[in-house]
Design a protein around this ligand. Structure first.
Ligand SMILES: *Cc1c(COP(=O)(O)O)cnc(C)c1O
Length: 349
């Protein structure tokens, strides 16, 4: 059974907007897209032309980076757009549901809400390091579940859930897609779940250049899945999701020398993560620092709001995640540069 069998039935015969670039017609003189014939004199990038819906060079670079076949990959405006399109393409409003974790990344719930889908969260406990019993997650799944979202490393808690990916994908075969959000996997030092794509048709992996590749401002994310799913997401996506300057920035970031610099930054941040976690754990006003496989640490303070204010008074902004289940007095702290981390520890002292 194709994993598309569970997509919205009303979109089965969906015909996407026939943009000029999608037509595939090529010619030296392009009079089919109502573009300006001239680029502005101050524009060396020829922005007078619409971009490719899926620029070949970028798609090829990303497929190489992630070690997957090109027909499995769709790239768009950050993994946020991929999450949104999965929800829109698979969930019938008012009927279907999405199963995920809590605490977890807030966009799953928001995207589900926008689509009129219920978000069913399995609450993980801070007391056992947010351990996940996959059977309990499966118990949330019913006939109207279209997506099960596993964020690993999880945001804002930092723990990995990759050990249950195969089990869940198998258990959900023919029922729901298993979406593994790997926004932070570069900091985890483990292989991507994309290695399992040949075995599980219903597995979807989300990757992004926003975090480890230092390109949050360019908004480049990838969905990696069965080719039918990748093609379907491309059909329901906006006609020109990727602005040309962002594509150019991404291609530049994927050149060998840039990838070398990325590896160096990751190594630095992983070292800083350990130091920051140790320094925080040694403070009398910090109750718990959870182990993190990402580029942030989650810490519970004796008085979370007070710690947030002390940092803010020194001009340092932290993320208050205390509203998530079980995270009272918890702050999520991004691992910064050595200077920034030092400044934070001084501000808290
Ligand atoms: C930051 C983040 C994203 C968003 O990535 P973009 O590619 O910038 O949209 C996705 N998932 C998680 C868990 C994140 O923390």
């Amino acid at each position: 059974m194709s994993p598309l069998a569970r997509a919205r039935p009303d979109l089965a015969a969906f015909v996407p907007y026939a943009s000029a670039r999608r037509s595939g017609l090529v010619g030296a003189i392009r009079l089919n897209a109502n573009e300006s014939p001239w680029a502005d004199d101050g524009d060396p990038a020829a922005l007078n032309r619409y971009p490719d819906p899926q620029p070949l060079a970028l798609r090829s670079d990303l497929a190489t980076l992630y070690g997957v076949a090109e027909d499995r990959l769709w790239t768009g405006r950050g993994s946020d757009e991929a999450i949104d399109l999965l929800l829109r393409g698979f969930c019938r409003a008012g009927r279907d549901n999405v199963v995920g974790l809590a605490p977890s990344f807030g966009m799953y719930r928001i995207g589900a809400q926008l689509q009129g889908a219920e978000y069913r969260a399995l609450t993980l406990s801070p007391d056992d390091g947010f351990a996940l019993d996959p059977e309990r997650l499966l118990a949330r799944v019913d006939a109207d579940t279209k997506l099960v979202v596993l964020c690993s490393p999880n945001n804002p808690t930092g723990e990995l859930h990759h050990e249950v990916v195969g089990f869940l994908a198998e258990a959900l075969a023919g029922r729901a897609l298993l979406v593994v959000d790997e926004a932070y996997i570069e900091f985890a030092g483990i292989p991507s779940a994309a290695a399992l794509l040949d075995r599980y048709d219903n597995l979807v992996v989300l990757r992004t250049l926003s975090k480890a590749h230092a390109l949050a401002g360019a908004r480049i994310g990838s969905l990696i899945a069965h080719p039918d799913v990748a093609r379907f997401i491309g059909r329901i996506a906006a006609p020109y999701p990727l602005p040309l300057p962002c594509v150019a920035a991404a291609i530049a970031a994927l050149e060998p020398a840039a990838l070398e610099r990325t590896r160096a930054r990751i190594a630095t941040l992983v070292g800083e993560r350990r130091q920051l976690a140790d320094a925080l754990a040694a403070r009398p006003d910090v109750r718990t620092v959870w182990p993190s496989a990402a580029n942030f640490v989650l810490a519970r303070f004796a008085d979370g709001p007070a710690a947030l204010q002390r940092a803010l008074a020194a001009g340092i902004v932290l993320r208050d995640v205390s509203a998530q289940p079980g995270l009272t007095d918890c702050l999520r702290i991004t691992v910064g540069s050595p200077y920034e981390n030092e400044a934070l520890l001084e501000a808290l002292a």
